[in-house]
Design a protein around this ligand. Structure first.
Ligand SMILES: *[C@@H]1O[C@H](CO)[C@@H](O)[C@H](O)[C@H]1NC(C)=O
Ligand SMILES: *[C@@H]1O[C@H](CO)[C@@H](O)[C@H](O)[C@H]1NC(C)=O
Ligand SMILES: *[C@@H]1O[C@H](CO)[C@@H](O)[C@H](O)[C@H]1NC(C)=O
Ligand SMILES: *[C@@H]1O[C@H](CO)[C@@H](O)[C@H](O)[C@H]1NC(C)=O
Ligand SMILES: *[C@@H]1O[C@H](CO)[C@@H](O)[C@H](O)[C@H]1NC(C)=O
Ligand SMILES: *[C@@H]1O[C@H](CO)[C@@H](O)[C@H](O)[C@H]1NC(C)=O
Ligand SMILES: *[C@@H]1O[C@H](CO)[C@@H](O)[C@H](O)[C@H]1NC(C)=O
Ligand SMILES: *[C@@H]1O[C@H](CO)[C@@H](O)[C@H](O)[C@H]1NC(C)=O
Ligand SMILES: *[C@@H]1O[C@H](CO)[C@@H](O)[C@H](O)[C@H]1NC(C)=O
Ligand SMILES: *[C@@H]1O[C@H](CO)[C@@H](O)[C@H](O)[C@H]1NC(C)=O
Ligand SMILES: *[C@@H]1O[C@H](CO)[C@@H](O)[C@H](O)[C@H]1NC(C)=O
Ligand SMILES: *[C@@H]1O[C@H](CO)[C@@H](O)[C@H](O)[C@H]1NC(C)=O
Length: 492
């Protein structure tokens, strides 16, 4: 099959031109010269006279010099051959050579004058054209092919298709025009129209490359990710599945300031500010008529956690911290001391850290008061910002249940999160004003309202103490406080 379609455009003259001494038939193209022989005989020749023999005989020229030729284009050559110059289509016809020797002999010659094809006009619609002349059609669209050419006699027009795939397959369509109702990927290739003059053999071909394009099937998806190589923030505009690849334009919204035009768009640190929005507009050459776009907003993490937790001495406790709004996703660490942010709690036999989709959990095994009581910080950081939230962990002696049960514990109970099940009777709530460093001597559990009041005092007191560290770490001190303190818990 490989030789099925020769994609070169042959303009060469394939006619058997020139001396047409084949006897009966001579085939010549217009404008050429031809010599018609007076029979294919050897031996002495007598005087000859040439006639055009259509419906009647018309004198052309004779070896009798007293008779002038009918046209200066005609002349006699050796052995009575008729030489005709600059043939026109009107010269097409039957000729007779009459030779007078002992007897009169007549030799007929059929002169066939061929013309063209000189050019081919190919129309492939509806398609678009690339700068290099290649056409493209949308997948699924209807494409009409037509090929026009003039010649005499009328040309044989043939369409031929060659795909890019290594296995060549041809479609030999002997037709001026045809329609492909639904373009598909395997109809991408080179379409050749050839027009052949069957008489002269002259052939013209036009080959047109037709690509089949399709846009990505779904809408673009924007995301912000941290590049693994450069540790910079990269906007990603995912709009795959089309052919050829679409183009992208990233702008900052609102305002429309152009950021870049690549699928993966790195952002410089100066472009990273809280809440900034970036829009990606996807463009495909046969894409949807309306604009397709997606928007990504980058933001620093927000944190939420319980303000405090209680652990029984020798028991286990899990502190959890929920992250919201972080884009790109935040890295979460647990710290004991916020002024030493680089010293994160590492998983060990004592600590177990679970990172989950929306946050992190720190489990402390075998609580001890000396070691484990105190503030814990959950710190979430992405390239846009960093936040931390504190959790107070109090560790109680398990043997003193009901004695020094702090209100903290009750708060936990009320949230149904701890192992504490006993519901103590109401106690006086006069000790609410105690300092936080006196938490070991907290009163017995009191009413829920009382616990909450107490808890707030603890939180506030420690926030004051830790204030400097918080300010250093957080880009937004106010937000940090609101992360830590629940408004409804504030003392009246
Ligand atoms: C002329 O005739 C001879 C014998 O008949 C043949 O062999 C030869 O090919 C002919 N020549 C042409 C030009 O037709
Ligand atoms: C035909 O013959 C004439 C005279 O000999 C010459 O000038 C001309 O170039 C020839 N044409 C072709 C196409 O050979
Ligand atoms: C002219 O052509 C016809 C038919 O083509 C033929 O019968 C006739 O003999 C020819 N005349 C001469 C003088 O050759
Ligand atoms: C040439 O033609 C003239 C005029 O028709 C004629 O008289 C003469 O006999 C012819 N000569 C020959 C040799 O045929
Ligand atoms: C010439 O003669 C052939 C038969 O010899 C015939 O088929 C053809 O139609 C004739 N051509 C013309 C133009 O009369
Ligand atoms: C012509 O006739 C003469 C005598 O009749 C003869 O000798 C000669 O061979 C003939 N020539 C041809 C070509 O037939
Ligand atoms: C090509 O074909 C289409 C319809 O098939 C027609 O609308 C258009 O005018 C044509 N173009 C040319 C240049 O002929
Ligand atoms: C024309 O450009 C397209 C797209 O760049 C390419 O796929 C195709 O091969 C090119 N065709 C030619 C003939 O250079
Ligand atoms: C069309 O033909 C050109 C030249 O041979 C080739 O480079 C190109 O790959 C072909 N295109 C397809 C789609 O087959
Ligand atoms: C197309 O088919 C015809 C006859 O079936 C054949 O003669 C011709 O060579 C073919 N052309 C191509 C390009 O395959
Ligand atoms: C604490 O967790 C460890 C490991 O899961 C478990 O073996 C142990 O029994 C737990 N202790 C308590 C008091 O639940
Ligand atoms: C936190 O670390 C700093 C620097 O090492 C230290 O001065 C400070 O006392 C520590 N605070 C606590 C509560 O451990």
């Amino acid at each position: 099959m490989a030789g099925l379609c020769i994609l070169l455009c042959l303009g060469a003259l394939l006619a058997r031109q020139g001396s047409a001494d084949l006897g009966a038939v001579a085939i010549v193209e217009v404008h050429e010269n031809v010599t018609l022989h007076c029979g294919n005989v050897t031996g002495p020749r007598g005087p000859v006279t040439w006639y055009r023999n259509d419906s009647e005989l018309v004198f052309l020229l004779s070896s009798n010099s007293s008779l002038p030729p009918a046209s200066p284009r005609f002349s006699l050559e050796d052995a009575g051959a008729l030489h005709m110059e600059a043939l026109s289509l009107e010269d097409d016809g039957n000729y007779t050579c009459q030779e007078v020797l002992n007897e009169t002999r007549r030799f007929p010659v059929w002169l066939r004058v061929a013309s063209g094809p000189d050019q081919i006009v190919v129309n492939i619609s509806a398609t678009g054209a690339l700068p290099n002349g290649t056409l493209y059609a949308a997948k699924g669209s209807q494409v009409d092919f037509s090929c026009r050419s003039a010649s005499r006699p009328p040309p044989e027009v043939e369409w031929c298709f060659q795909a890019h795939i290594s296995e060549v397959f041809g479609r030999n369509l002997t037709a001026n025009s045809f329609t492909l109702l639904q373009m598909s990927q395997n109809l991408q290739g080179n379409y050749t129209c050839s027009a052949t003059n069957a008489l002269s053999g002259r052939q013209r071909k036009v080959t047109i490359e037709l690509l089949v394009y399709w846009p990505p099937p779904s809408a673009p998806q924007c995301s912000a990710e941290v590049s693994s190589e450069s540790a910079t923030l990269e906007l990603t505009c995912n709009w795959d599945g089309g052919y050829p690849d679409p183009t992208f334009l990233w702008t900052e919204e609102p305002g429309g300031v152009v950021v870049g035009d690549s699928k993966l768009q790195p952002l410089s640190p100066s472009q990273l500010s809280e809440g900034k929005k970036f829009k990606c507009v996807g463009n495909h050459i046969v894409g949807p008529a309306s604009e397709v776009s997606c928007v990504v907003q980058i933001s620093s993490p927000s944190l939420a956690s319980q303000p405090m937790k209680t652990c029984l001495m020798g028991g286990n406790v899990t502190l959890t911290c929920q992250v919201t709004g972080a884009n790109p996703p935040a890295k979460i660490q647990w710290l004991r001391n916020l002024t030493q942010p680089e010293v994160a709690i590492q998983p060990s036999g004592h600590y177990h850290i679970t990172q989950h989709d929306q946050g992190s959990s720190l489990t402390i095994y075998n609580c001890s008061q000396d070691l484990d009581e105190g503030f814990y910080f959950c710190r979430a950081e992405n390239l846009v910002g960093v936040r931390a939230v504190d959790i107070w962990l109090s560790v109680k002696g398990s043997t003193f249940r009901g004695q020094n049960m702090g209100d903290i514990m009750v708060l936990v109970d009320s949230e149904g999160e701890d192992e504490e099940e006993e519901e103590e009777g109401r106690e006086d709530i006069e000790e609410e004003e105690q300092e936080t460093n006196e938490r070991e001597e907290l009163p017995k559990e009191t009413s829920k309202h009382g616990h909450i009041h107490r808890v707030t005092a603890l939180v506030n007191g420690n926030l004051d103490r830790m204030g400097n560290g918080l300010q250093e770490l957080h880009d937004d001190g106010d937000a940090e406080l609101s992360d830590s303190v629940h408004e409804e818990d504030k003392p009246v």
